[in-house]
Ligand binder design. Structure first.
Ligand code: T5A
Length: 218
């Protein structure tokens, strides 16, 4: 029997990082691995993860959406998050499923806070109102230099127009990277930094070890 079976309470794991850093790839691989060990996993993402939040995602990320202020943006992401938590994340954790979420609150703190200029204290207040106690047990920060991440995201898009965030310059994406790393320094017990420049399989192995160390031996 897998040692994971000793840990049947739900776990909440988020993946964070810049564009093209491999979050979705690694979230999917971890979910597949955990399912192979008999664990029920809900894979989800932000913005999105529930019908209402996915509708907001389409609006927010549509390149045709007019420019708007970081505060409006933060409120939209937070509205999507409130529904995502109620409709998807909390019910899954209540069933003792594991939840693996591609982006969560650290993205708001970094994109709308550090990069958008909103005060961290204001975002922290919104966060406690909406997230409450449903905070991630573990956050995997995929750390990659901005140029490589953007190149990967553009290659994958295959010529489709970049969304509003991808279209911003290299200096902006470098600032995001530093802001994510600063969050990891501030919360080392929750946020683990992963070198995302390595081959996909090596990174996946490292994340499995991390999860085993954190929640029980593999
Ligand atoms: N946002 C979001 C906010 O501003 N505030 C918020 O509160 C929230 C929640 C979301 C946007 O919204 C913003 C941030 C974002 O700009 P999105 O479409 O979800 O937009 O974009 P991303 O989350 O950035 O997703 P991406 O798909 O661009 O990046 P991923 O998920 O990090 O990368 P992934 O796994 O899709 O990989 C990209 C490509 O690289 C390859 C993959 O095969 C793929 O082709 N790849 C690798 N290649 C080489 N080596 C590796 N190790 C590789 N790993 C993956």
């Amino acid at each position: 029997m897998s040692a994971y079976h000793c840990f049947m309470t739900g776990r909440f794991i988020t993946f964070e990082g810049g564009e093209g850093s491999g979050k979705s790839t690694q979230a999917r691989l971890l979910a597949t691995y955990l399912r192979s060990r008999g664990i029920a996993v809900v894979e989800t993402r932000e913005p999105g993860g529930s019908p209402f939040a996915e509708a907001l995602r389409n609006f927010i990320l549509d390149p045709a959406t007019p420019p708007h202020a970081p505060l409006s943006e933060a409120l939209l992401f937070t509205a999507a998050r409130a529904d995502h938590l109620d409709a998807t994340i909390r019910p899954a954790l209540a069933r003792s499923d594991w939840v693996i979420c591609d982006r969560f609150t650290d993205s708001t703190r970094v994109y709308q806070g550090a990069a958008g200029g909103l005060a961290d204290a204001a975002l922290a207040t919104l966060e406690s109102l909406v997230v409450g106690d449903t905070r991630p047990d573990l956050t995997v920060l995929m750390d990659l230099d901005a140029a490589t991440g953007l190149a990967r995201a553009r290659e994958r898009a295959g010529g489709a127009p970049p969304d509003g965030y991808e279209a911003r310059g290299l200096a902006y994406h470098d600032l995001l990277r530093k802001a994510f790393l600063a969050r990891a320094t501030a919360e080392p017990s929750r946020i683990a930094v992963i070198d995302a420049a390595r081959p996909i399989d090596l990174i996946a192995d490292g994340i499995r070890s991390l999860v085993a160390t954190r929640f029980g031996p593999a």
